[in-house]
Design a protein around this ligand. Structure first.
Ligand SMILES: [Zn+2]
Ligand SMILES: [Zn+2]
Length: 423
């Protein structure tokens, strides 16, 4: 069966996470979004673990939450941890016993796992040692947002072998992160046999946040075992397609100045000694440039695609699209909310954005349908993100309008200072 899967989520015990985060609320919002399987997130944290044990039922290795209408949201026990070098990793567990066994083994390497803010524990282990423990306990592991400059594995290492050591081939997946998509990451030779995941890293249960990136998977069962089989190419389990942001919207897509947000090519940045020519601020290397650099170091000088991969579909939050359509006049928040609720009462957000036929959308909201169709046709111009600033999408109504907008953006980028506008 096909499932929409988002396995990177945080609990209220990780810093910066909404206090509304709970399994019932996640399930309610997952239904609106159209997600079938979520990661629990933060499963090593004692209080969140208790919460998950209280709310989840189990049948044949599948964990689920059942709401009043008997709809099930499935969960896979998961967490993110940080190792030395500030590298983040995603971990998946088969059941609660494994979680407890594993936690017992790593407790001594963590000073913050038991406290508030320790939802994503910091471990005094290097990635190689963590991989060893995961293999010992049959825990699935892969780097989270692998390319982001502060917490991605490739920020500190030029290859997975350097990071994870001799057993690196047992790392079976990487998470792309918001600033990369399949075609950018598929330039790196050592990733040939790794599966690419795209998940949200949501810090709020809101349907606007969860599933902003997700994977459509064919799984025999909605559980750990089938996920493991997908990673090992066993049975019919496979990735059908990935869905996520256009990388240009990601915060670290381009090399850019941390202070004035001016965008640079890699060669120019090197020539300038990583100092902004306009404001002398420090330049931060973007994900796109970092991936090309690694690809070349690993011998892909022509920057060719390494292998065939499932399709990567672009998505943006429906609510953001509604805000664009109505602009920011008057009581726009209320109006946007009403529009959102009207359309979401008929279809899930994922259906609206990717699948529902144009006529059906026009019956509900003609104006918004125009924006959704323009988005599906790729009529989006981007002011790219970089150095911690999200990129900005602009929906256009024709190829000509898109071309003009792109010209305007590139003229702006050559100016000394760019004012960040909302849309
Ligand atoms: Zn992280
Ligand atoms: Zn600058």
């Amino acid at each position: 069966m096909r499932y929409n899967v988002d396995l990177h989520i945080h609990s209220p015990y990780a810093s910066g996470v909404s206090k509304n985060m709970s399994l019932p609320e996640l399930s309610r919002q997952a239904k609106l979004k159209g997600l079938d399987i979520l990661g629990t997130g933060d499963i090593l944290h004692p209080l969140w673990l208790e919460h998950c044990r209280e709310w989840l039922r189990e049948k044949a290795g599948c964990f689920y939450f059942k709401d009043d209408t008997d709809r099930k949201t499935y969960f896979i026990l998961s967490t993110e941890v940080e190792t030395s070098g500030r590298a983040h990793h995603l971990l998946f567990f088969s059941d609660f016993e494994k979680v407890l066994e594993f936690r017992k083994d790593i407790e001594k390497f963590s000073s913050d796992m038991m406290v508030y803010g320790g939802g994503r524990p910091r471990l005094s282990l290097n990635p190689q040692e963590l991989l060893g423990l995961c293999l010992k306990h049959d825990v699935l592991i892969g780097p989270a947002h692998a390319f982001t400059p502060y917490f991605g594995i490739y920020a500190g290492y030029d290859s997975l072998e350097m990071a994870y050591g001799k057993q690196w081939e047992k790392v079976l997946f990487i998470e792309l992160g918001l600033s990369a998509d399949t075609s950018t990451a598929n330039l790196i030779p050592e990733l040939k046999n790794k599966k690419f995941f795209s998940f949200s890293d949501a810090h709020s249960p809101n349907s606007y946040r969860i599933g902003r990136e997700f994977v459509c998977m064919e799984l025999e069962k909605p559980n750990y075992e089938s996920l493991k089989n997908l990673l090992c190419d066993v049975g019919k389990n496979q990735i059908v397609y990935n869905v996520g942001y256009n990388p240009k919207e990601g915060k670290y897509n381009k090399t850019a100045c941390r202070d004035c947000w001016k965008i640079y090519g890699l060669e120019d940045a090197i020539k300038l000694g990583w100092r902004c020519s306009s404001c002398k601020g420090i330049l931060k290397k973007g994900v796109e440039d970092r991936i090309k650099e690694i690809a070349k170091k690993q011998g892909n000088n022509q920057l060719k695609q390494i292998t065939n991969r499932p399709e990567y579909k672009y998505l943006m939050p429906l609510y953001e699209l509604i805000q664009m359509e109505i602009g920011k006049k008057g009581s726009y928040e209320k109006c946007a909310q009403e529009k959102y609720e009207k359309i979401i009462s008929r279809y899930t957000e994922i259906e609206v954005m990717l699948e529902v036929q144009e006529e059906k959308l026009r019956e509900i909201d003609n104006g918004l349908a125009g924006y959704i169709m323009a988005f599906r046709k790729g009529l989006v111009a981007f002011r790219p993100g970089g150095a911690g600033h999200y990129g900005t999408p602009f929906i256009c109504q024709s190829e000509e309008e898109k071309r003009l907008k792109e010209e305007e953006i590139s003229r702006e980028q050559n100016k000394k200072y760019i004012q960040k506008t909302l849309f």
